[in-house]
Write a protein that binds this ligand. Structure first.
Ligand SMILES: [Zn+2]
Length: 330
């Protein structure tokens, strides 16, 4: 039986974040008891009120700190106890390490300055782990996002209002007859219109596309006078736009100057295609093919590549799926 979601999340996240660690805090924690003993010994022997005690590795462990030697470290508490010397009277606030005389390279004359020991003597603390944001499993694949999808949900209807995706791009082969394309998306669909529009134009201008015979190159426009329009519409709006063609919430159409792509199909494709990207190529090219004057074709025979204008959304067999008007070009 699976654990509750909250339990799984907490088990997964807590170790990744690790413990919040402050250097001083851990050093004090690690050397605290030892440092207290040492401070007490030094304080007693030297008769001084304020002391800096060094733990192993030379870290200041307790008490107000003015300066710490950098080149030498305390060997053990035993030597400190055996040779507790008073510190220089010129720097009453500094104890320069038990058993050691003040050194000229320390900042013992500058009360308030603190030097930490250098190099290998520093205790090594584990580097804090980067917090990791687990990927959101929203059911979308990279290819879905590349097609402009922002969610795996497919609403049966949205606002019913088409919005023009702003932007324009030149026809890649302007020497050919140019068809201008305006891309529109129904408001309220979980779609990045710009990503969708770019995908549509990339498909149309692919070397295997309608321009492979030299007859056309597609430019994108957001102007009113576009030659043809590609719209991504909810099943409900698709039915309205395609009527009296019967798309029954399931199919798309190319009619009345619009290639109407049913959002249900753009999102989920069809079982006839194993690859959603291939199906999206088919959908754009097939519906735009109608606008260019092409009618439906039949599968020519078992195992053959399906003609683009075959109604492959419904059934591909006995042909194999194909999304291009000129699949062997390019
Ligand atoms: Zn068709």
């Amino acid at each position: 039986m699976p654990e509750p979601r909250s339990a799984r999340r907490s088990a997964a996240v807590v170790p990744r974040h690790g413990r919040p660690v402050r250097r001083g805090g851990l050093a004090a924690l690690r050397f605290g008891p030892f440092a207290l003993v040492l401070a007490s010994v030094v304080g007693t022997g030297a008769g001084m009120g304020t002391a800096v005690a060094l733990g192993p590795g030379g870290l200041p462990a307790a008490g107000p700190v003015a300066a710490v030697r950098t080149s030498e470290t305390v060997e053990s508490p035993v030597s400190a106890a055996a040779d507790p010397r008073p510190t220089s009277s010129s720097s009453p606030d500094v104890v320069d390490g038990a058993g050691l005389s003040p050194s000229s390279d320390t900042a013992s004359t500058a009360p308030g300055a603190l030097r930490l020991p250098e190099g290998e003597d520093l205790p090594r603390l584990p580097a804090p782990l980067e917090p990791v944001t687990p990927p959101v499993d929203d059911g979308l694949m990279a290819s879905d996002r590349a097609a402009g999808l922002l969610s795996a949900e497919v609403p049966a209807s949205a606002t019913g209002t088409l919005v023009v995706v702003p932007g324009a791009s030149e026809a890649p082969v302007p020497e050919r007859p140019v068809q201008t394309v305006r891309v529109e998306v129904e408001e309220g669909l979980p779609v990045d219109g710009e990503v969708f529009a770019r995908t549509v134009l990339e498909i149309l201008n692919d070397p295997r596309g309608w321009g492979a015979d030299g007859s056309v190159s597609f430019a994108r426009t957001d102007a009113e006078d576009a030659d043809l329009r590609v719209a991504l519409a909810s099943p409900a709006l698709t039915d309205q736009m395609c009527a009296p063609l019967e798309t029954v919430g399931l199919y798309s159409c190319g009619a009345y100057g619009y290639a109407v792509l049913n959002f249900l199909r753009w999102s989920t494709a069809t079982e006839e295609f194993a690859d959603r990207t291939q199906y999206r190529e088919y959908l754009v090219n097939h519906e735009v093919g109608h606008l260019l004057g092409h009618g439906h074709e039949d599968c020519p025979g078992e195992g053959e590549v399906a003609p683009l204008m075959q109604q492959q959304t419904v059934v591909v067999a006995p042909c194999v799926p194909n999304g291009w008007p000129f699949p062997d070009a390019g």
